[in-house]
Design a protein around this ligand. Structure first.
Ligand code: NAD
Length: 238
């Protein structure tokens, strides 16, 4: 597969981290209801929810921030890190995930379009600081000391990060690969169409067909920990 391509954009979603034990939107890593299903999205993942009940929102994200620090990358993250290290053409891993498992596996060319659990955003000075602890007790911002920190996560209704950079990479892409995402959340769900418009080949790796599955030239179904290493082997194994 590798010979014909030079510029790759990879979109990852919650499915790539599922086998590391992090809940996706729809189901818990252990097969039970996910943390997300125990709350309505409008109660925890919107600016209005934060304005209405900041303690509830802080508790929800504090729990998730603590949880991801106990998880480790799986073979799918490891394989993408290998591809990143060995691919001499352009490559961008655009992740909707707010965990840091791509980085912990060693990937460098990663963009977190929906923010990061391990950062806090100060609503007073606008600076994003590294953050590992809780926010519920309203600790001061390390930069301006205001007690105005919020999770640095892009909520529904907010603008994702680094879209200019992402669209620039999509315009140059000759291969677009989507991994472990349901294709339900825009603008990420529209990337496959943007890639098709510039003539890129498109490949979907997912447990089940996503909502936009029909837009992909090829779909491979199965767990990311098997599909992703096999695909990376095709790209750089020879
Ligand atoms: P989603 O939960 O809507 O969909 C996950 C997709 O992954 C599904 O299509 C599912 O079939 C597939 N999947 C599940 N297990 C898989 C496996 N082992 N291998 C391959 N595929 C598997 O997730 P999404 O599309 O990323 O949804 C979007 C939103 O959820 C994003 O905004 C994201 O910020 C947020 N989110 C992030 C995390 C995280 O950071 N790890 C976790 C949950 C939700």
């Amino acid at each position: 597969m590798a010979g014909q391509f030079r510029n790759i954009v990879i979109l990852t979603g919650a499915g790539i981290s599922a086998e590391s034990g992090i809940d996706t939107f729809r189901s818990g890593a252990d097969g039970g209801p996910s943390l997300w299903e125990q709350h309505r999205v409008e109660d925890v993942a919107t600016p209005e929810a934060f304005a209405r009940d900041p303690d509830l929102v802080h508790r929800f994200y504090d729990m998730r921030r603590a949880a991801i620090q106990t998880k480790v990358p799986n073979p799918a993250h490891d394989a993408l890190a290998r591809l990143d290290a060995q691919w001499s053409g352009e490559l961008l891993i655009v992740t909707q995930n707010v965990d840091d498992l791509h980085e912990r596996a060693g990937a460098r060319r990663v963009v977190h379009m929906h923010g990061e659990h391990l950062k806090a955003l100060c609503e007073a000075c606008g600076v994003r600081s590294d953050w590992r602890g809780a926010l519920i007790d309203r600790p001061p911002c390390p930069v301006c000391q205001a007690r105005a920190l919020r999770p640095d996560v892009v909520w529904f209704g907010e603008m994702p990060y680094r879209m200019g950079e992402i669209y620039a990479a999509l315009r140059k892409a000759d291969l677009f690969v989507s991994i472990g995402t349901s294709g339900a959340v825009y603008p990420a769900a529209g990337f496959v169409r943007d890639a098709r418009q510039v003539g890129a080949a498109t490949l979907e790796l997912n447990l089940e067909r996503s909502e936009g599955s029909g837009w992909f030239h090829e779909t491979r179904l199965g767990p990311a920990s098997a599909l992703v290493p096999a695909w990376v082997e095709e790209m750089v194994g020879l």
